[in-house]
Design a binder for this molecule. Structure first.
Ligand SMILES: Cc1cc2nc3c(=O)[nH]c(=O)nc-3n(C[C@H](O)[C@H](O)[C@H](O)COP(=O)(O)OP(=O)(O)OC[C@H]3O[C@@H](n4cnc5c(N)ncnc54)[C@H](O)[C@@H]3O)c2cc1C
Ligand code: SF4
Ligand code: SF4
Length: 1018
């Protein structure tokens, strides 16, 4: 392991000193006005001169780090995205010289304001993700602070080891952040908090000196020995006070770990600090003591099997009354989910299906709450877990219990449990679930009484809360519904927090069981610990950081209760000015208005996951906050709420930085379903662009891409010439120069129009249609631009298959679905295009008395079923809803009506394996099974649905010179490797862009599902 203490001192740039008063005498931050833009520029230049490559001090860049998962927003001084942990030493030394505050940051998933401050932010999350060494035998590892928990546990899987603390944000939080917050998760009943698993830390102190902190290092390092000495001098006289005031429960992260320091002192050889480990004291310090460069962690054996019993109750009270019984079965976790969350999950596209994993109430009443009771097992056949299920059932004979051993069912159930907090943000109304008393903890046996009193306090203030999370250790998440825009509610917030602090003290509990103090709780420290202990903690913090420059104010210094209601992300007076419901292009009723649509992101950061789902393809490759859904949502919110405008009020539609942030959004719609708050960036992006185009006009490239149907029609008319031309290098050069179409991208070939094929088929039929044919139910085939003019064989297969099932197929020239214009933000034209096509489609449906509209291309169908429903266009809502409800992908239609088809041809025995890659819009809106179900009927076991994300093409996204490379990198994330791995299988993809991308990325020709079904028809 490299020795941090050997990092050489750098020579500082020669610019004049920057005098930034960090804290006012009251200990409050001076706020963003304390530093001007010119000083920021000077600091940024200095840092660049010191070799920092990614320095973000411009307002729109740094503001992406002004929020986290909390309610706060604070403009930082600037941000350094670190290339490697060691760069932090350079920055911290520079800040020490210039007396600048410093704030280390990981995934930014904190809930109390501890990662936002007027400071130079050090972002470890982008590049400091190295797993340096794993010693499986000694059960230890060394990691960089930006390593994501799930990333580490994936690397440990083959060694049957794991890092035990498991906060809900394991897919995107960082080890540095877990240490900073002393995180713990569902299994803390077995494993405790992060502080129980940190063996050593390499850190840089506020003065720029580097140290290795571990047990025994105080004896080696004079600086650490001096700190330990000073801490002992302050803490020992307060020994009794510390023992009396610190709670005796698993979960508590209030203040600093003085209780653990005392224990280490007690274990040390008299006159030495040989058992003191200052790393333990850094755990939970919320970035206020030292910056972590590397961590040595303890690992535990991973269970070979897990089992999950979900127990249903009529009410939260009933579930808590049964808690002791559940705990008596020695579970690994007991987690509560209440009815508010269950109802919200039922209304969410992604989570509704996971509710089915819960038990059905036997009483006939609705589920009032469920408890997730998890067991770890070590028997290969799972018999020990089954025995536990039996024990639980016998002890709770009247409760409905659903037991799961299937890994994918359990994964889905836990996905729902993890989404509890973000799901709450979907509650309608001005009042939102606000996190400021949300992780109080008491001994589990006190929970029923504690919760009753908690509810009474909320009721006194005219509100209520949802209840969920870690019942096993008495740490429930409770978010009262309040409106941050209301003066009265903000006053209530302060009063509730004080009353709850007193309640916690009465029950011997913790103010914070896992989320820390941040901005919302620091002022309560004296009320909770008493003045002498807080004074001791302040004096100790000053030993580590004499100027109070590390995350200033946080944790122990702020005393004013107003801190908790200041620097809010939602501004009390914030309105979206200059724009109202009448001049936006989309309807925002579902989001409760345009203003709340732009404020829907809660910052929890699920969109920064790297290992699951599609959201967010560009972030998964670039790992840049700016290109996460959260970054895009933040930029849009800041621009639209006037925070990037000169007057600070009017929305700014022409911000080049916001445009740049949106440029790499693929409009894949993954966020619309995967984001628990259903933040719909594709829609907001189109709206933002459209508002911008009101003044700038629509650029040539956007207009050309939006005219895809006309261009494809022209190409099809002269397809031999057009195809030759698109392979002709000078022509490709010209296309690149004028339209930005990258020369490396192959062009989709044109073919003879499927409309002409259909017309000639009808006119050359020598046999007049018989009565049966005339009477056959009609379906309208929505002939999209690609199946019509580029891939007519797909349309042919659809027509022939539908006819084989006994349908009369009508394929009129209806026009374009408007997908390309919507994605380009050319909404003025899209309104006309979509209305024209919708009217033509409605007329065709009426004329033919069609039983359904069937489509081939998921992105066209998503326009009809999703975008058309919200775009304000001149077609009646009920007609659009009717179209939505009768429209399907062709393969989905054939599967859904399986028992009602006029004819049902049999399939040939399959001779091939097929792998299916679903389209992003399909996955987001109606699931890959819409294609897979029919294929399963035809192919049986020989169809595999690939677990792939976005292919990276996304319509015209992957065609342009500025996005081609990213497009191919996104393909390499999951689609290309999965296709390559299925070397002997036929590749199937319903999306035309996906098929094109698969061809360019793997040289494999993918088929539309209906082509596969067609060739299996006997
Ligand atoms: C939906 C949701 C669910 C959550 N569930 C849980 C849960 O079950 N259990 C739980 O404990 N928490 C939970 N949290 C809180 C949070 O996710 C965890 O505390 C998480 O471990 C923080 O990691 P992070 O990388 O996001 O840290 P950040 O939020 O970036 O930082 C956390 C603190 O650590 C400090 N820090 C970060 N990096 C360093 C470094 N290199 N050196 C020194 N200090 C550093 C920061 O200054 C900050 O004070 C939840 C949050 C959300 C939004
Ligand atoms: S976009 Fe959605 S997933 Fe991402 S931080 Fe915001 S609310 Fe969370
Ligand atoms: S639409 Fe897709 S690319 Fe755009 S923000 Fe959402 S998930 Fe990311």
């Amino acid at each position: 392991m490299p020795q941090a203490a050997t990092v050489p001192m750098m020579s500082l740039p020669s610019s004049s000193p920057i005098s930034l008063p960090v804290l006012s005498p009251s200990g409050r931050s001076n706020g963003p006005q304390a530093i001007g833009e010119s000083e920021r520029t000077r600091i940024a230049d200095d840092l660049r001169a010191l070799g920092m490559k990614d320095v973000r001090f411009a307002k729109s860049d740094r503001m992406l780090y002004s929020t986290e998962a909390s309610i706060y927003q604070v403009d930082p001084i600037g941000v350094v995205v670190l290339d490697r942990p060691r760069d932090a030493v350079t920055v911290v030394r520079y800040c020490a010289e210039k007396k600048l505050p410093v704030l280390p940051r990981g995934g930014g998933t904190s809930l109390n304001g501890q990662t936002v401050n007027v400071a130079v932010v050090l972002d470890f999350s982008a590049h400091c993700r190295g797993i340096i060494a794993i010693d499986a035998e000694a059960k230890r590892c060394h990691v960089e602070p930006g390593v994501v928990l799930d990333q580490l546990n994936d690397a440990l899987k083959s060694k049957r080891l794991m890092f035990a603390p498991d906060p809900n944000t394991g897919g995107h939080n960082n080890i540095g952040g877990m240490i900073g917050n002393n995180s713990a998760g569902a299994h803390s009943i077995l494993y405790g908090r992060t502080s129980e698993h940190v063996l050593g830390l390499d850190v840089v102190f506020a003065d720029g000196s580097t140290h290795r902190l571990d047990e025994g290092s105080c004896e080696r390092d004079p600086a650490q020995r001096a700190i330990a000495r000073a801490m002992a001098d302050i803490a020992l006289p307060l020994r009794d006070e510390i023992r009396a005031r610190f709670p005796k429960i698993v979960r508590h992260v209030d203040g600093y770990n003085l209780d653990l320091f005392l224990e280490q002192l007690d274990r040390s050889t008299p006159g030495t600090f040989d058992r003191v480990n200052l790393a333990t004291y850094v755990c939970g310090s919320e970035g206020t003591l030292a910056t972590i460069l590397e961590a040595e962690l303890n690992l535990v054996a991973a269970p070979s099997k897990t089992g999950l019993a979900i127990v249903g109750f009529d009410s939260v009270d009933a579930s808590l009354d049964a808690l002791a019984t559940m705990l008596s079965t020695t579970p690994a976790a007991v987690e509560l989910v209440d009815d508010t969350i269950i109802d919200l999950a039922r209304k969410n596209t992604e989570y509704a299906r996971y509710v089915e994993l819960m038990p059905q109430p036997t009483s006939g009443r609705a589920l009032g709450a469920v408890m997730y009771v998890e067991y770890f097992g070590f028997a290969a056949d799972g018999s020990d877990i089954r025995a536990k299920f039996g024990e639980l059932k016998s002890k709770l004979p009247h409760a409905p219990i659903q037991c799961h051993l299937d890994p994918s069912a359990m994964k889905n159930a836990w996905t729902l449990r993890r989404a509890c907090e973000p799901l709450l943000h979907g509650l309608p109304g001005a009042r939102k679930p606000i996190g400021f008393v949300e992780d109080t903890a008491v001994a589990p046996e006190r929970l029923p009484g504690f919760i009753r009193e908690f509810k009474a306090i909320l009721a006194n203030h005219g509100t209520f809360a949802a209840f969920f999370a870690h019942a096993s250790v008495g740490c429930l998440h409770i978010r009262p519904l309040l409106s941050l825009k209301s003066d009265t509610d903000r006053e209530d917030m302060k009063a509730i927090s004080t009353e709850i602090a007193d309640l916690v003290v009465r029950h011997g509990g913790a103010l914070s069981g896992e989320h820390g103090m941040g901005r919302s709780r620091t002022h309560l420290a004296e009320r909770y610990f008493g003045a002498p202990l807080v004074d001791a903690m302040r004096r100790i913090a000053a030993v580590w950081d004499p100027d109070g420059r590390m995350n200033p104010g946080t944790k122990i210094r702020w005393t004013d209760p107003n801190t908790m209601v200041e620097s809010l992300r939602v501004k009390p007076a914030a309105t979206v000015l200059g724009i109202d419901g009448s001049n936006v292009y989309f309807d925002y009723e579902k989001e409760h208005g345009f203003g709340s649509a732009v404020e829907m992101c809660n910052g929890a950061g699920l969109c920064r996951r790297l290992t699951a789902g599609t959201m967010c393809p560009s972030y998964q490759v670039l790992r840049d906050e700016r290109h996460s859904t959260r970054g895009r949502g933040n930029h849009l919110r800041l621009a639209i709420t006037g925070q990037f405008s000169d007057d600070g009020k009017s929305p700014r539609w022409d911000d080049p930085d916001v445009y740049e942030t949106l440029r790499l959004c693929l409009s894949c719609k993954a966020c619309k379903s995967e984001c628990p708050s259903n933040v719909d960036i594709a829609k907001l992006k189109a709206e933002y662009q459209a508002q911008r185009y009101r003044t700038t006009g629509v650029p040539l490239q956007a207009r050309a891409f939006g005219a895809v149907r006309t261009l494809n029609r022209m190409g099809s008319l002269v397809h031999p010439i057009a195809n030759a031309l698109s392979r002709f290098p000078p022509f490709r050069w010209l296309q690149e120069k004028t339209l930005g179409l990258d020369r490396r991208r192959s062009m989709p070939p044109f073919g003879r129009s499927a409309l002409r094929w259909m017309a000639s088929r009808e006119s050359t039929s020598s046999i007049a249609p018989d009565n049966a044919q005339v009477r056959a139910p009609a379906v309208v085939l929505f002939a999209d631009c690609f199946a019509t003019f580029s891939e007519p064989h797909v349309a042919h297969a659809a027509v022939e298959t539908l006819e084989a099932f006994g349908y009369r197929v009508v394929m009129p020239d209806l026009g374009c679905c408007g997908r390309a214009q919507i994605s380009m933000g050319d909404l003025e034209r899209a309104k006309l295009t979509c209305a024209g096509t919708a009217n033509a489609l409605l007329a065709a449906v009426e004329r033919e008395r069609a039983v359904a509209v069937v489509a081939l291309e998921p992105s066209c169908l998503s326009a009809l079923k999703d975008d058309w429903q919200e775009l304000k266009m001149d077609v009646g809502r009920s007609a659009l809803v009717r179209l939505r409800d009768m429209s399907f992908l062709v393969e989905e239609f054939l599967d859904r009506r399986w028992d009602a088809h006029p004819k049902r041809p049999s399939f040939l025995a399959p001779t091939e394996d097929v792998v299916l890659h679903g389209h992003c819009h399909q996955k987001a809106l109606w699931g890959s099974d819409s294609s897979a179900a029919l294929l399963r009927r035809a192919l049986g076991e020989r169809i595999t649905v690939l677990s792939t994300g976005c292919c990276g093409m996304a319509g015209s996204f992957g065609f342009t010179t500025d996005r081609f490379d990213l497009s191919m990198q996104i393909g390499e994330q999951s689609v290309f490797p999965a296709v390559r791995a299925a070397a002997d299988a036929t590749v199937c993809a319903p999306g035309t862009s996906c098929r094109h991308q698969i061809l360019d990325g793997t040289a494999r020709h993918a088929l539309h599902p209906i082509e596969i079904v067609r060739r299996l028809l006997s």
